[in-house]
Design a protein around this ligand. Structure first.
Ligand SMILES: [Zn+2]
Length: 298
């Protein structure tokens, strides 16, 4: 799209035609639905201008922190759930503390989402956990697995991917996962483990919110690194006004929780508002413009 846009600007004779074509593509009658319409105006102007997502002065700073890998009494579970800010707790289905973690997170006021195991390009099969979505599965199998996973995690408002680099570029399988999301009134957050992920275009075509991880907090497990990542989060918030960051419970989960605990006062002092991911999802839902009645956020 970007490449095509540049060409249209370089060759001015194409501009009127391109404008008409773009307008046709983003009209409310298009199957693009809400997400496409919501982003239509900045994209529909082929003349380059300042990125509308990057206003020079950004006063609003909303941070959605997703913590992955709950459901198996992993390290840091207690510390995370008790943090004094709103988080999004991503719980793996069919594990020994799945229901318990989801329930306790919900009671503490956190958002809960399904952390759906999905086949990666690399990595061991045993890291996936039970109920994983695999590319070799039939359409019916994928649908059944996704439905069962959702049913297994109480209070789930959405789904994000555990691993999944192979599935997020698989149009067939990803399409079925998103169809089930729509039917259940859930959103899908892409952890962006794959540069070639096609989830953004697929979600746009279905009118689902375009929610993506901006930054991993604990790819290196040290307080110093995580604190550094949280500084980068502040830069992203200055630029965009909102940010989605992902951390983990696990063997080193206590370290991530401690680093967050330490940084929370500074983030709050700088005006950062901690929100659940469903608040960012809800923005895409504008009453009266959405053509998919199945999408009902909490
Ligand atoms: Zn995970």
């Amino acid at each position: 799209m970007r490449y095509w846009k540049k060409r249209s600007v370089a060759n001015r004779t194409w501009v009127p035609f391109c404008l008409l074509l773009i307008l046709a593509l983003v009209s409310p009658a298009s199957p693009g639905g809400l997400a496409t319409v919501a982003h239509a105006s900045p994209e529909s102007n082929p003349i380059p201008k300042q990125n509308p997502d990057k206003p020079s002065v950004q006063t609003e700073r909303r941070l959605a922190i997703i913590i992955d890998d709950f459901g198996n009494a992993m390290g840091g579970t207690e510390d995370m759930i008790n943090l004094p800010v709103k988080l999004t707790v991503a719980v793996m289905p069919f594990m020994r503390t799945t229901a318990e973690d989801a329930k306790r997170a919900h009671e503490r006021g956190h958002d809960v989402i399904v952390h759906l195991p999905m086949e990666p390009k690399q990595g061991r099969a045993e890291w996936l956990g039970p109920g994983a979505i695999l590319s070799k599965m039939s359409d019916e199998e994928v649908r059944r697995k996704v439905e069962e996973a959702i049913d297994n995690v109480p209070y789930a408002a959405g789904i994000n991917n555990h691993m999944g680099s192979k599935i997020t570029e698989d149009k067939r399988v990803m399409g079925i996962i998103l169809e089930v999301c729509m039917e259940r009134g859930l959103f899908f957050v892409d952890s962006k483990t794959n540069y070639w992920s096609i989830t953004s275009e697929l979600r746009a075509s279905k009118g689902l919110p375009d929610l993506n991880n901006d930054i991993f907090l604990d790819d290196v497990h040290s307080i110093r690194h995580i604190t550094g990542q949280l500084r980068k989060v502040q830069e992203l918030l200055d630029q965009k006004g909102k940010c989605v960051a992902i951390g983990h419970v696990g063997v080193k989960g206590k370290i991530t929780a401690a680093a967050l605990q330490q940084s929370i006062p500074e983030l709050k002092a700088k005006g950062v508002k901690f929100v659940g991911i469903s608040e960012l999802a809800r923005e895409y839902y504008i009453p009266g413009t959405h053509s998919r009645p199945g999408f009902t956020l909490p």
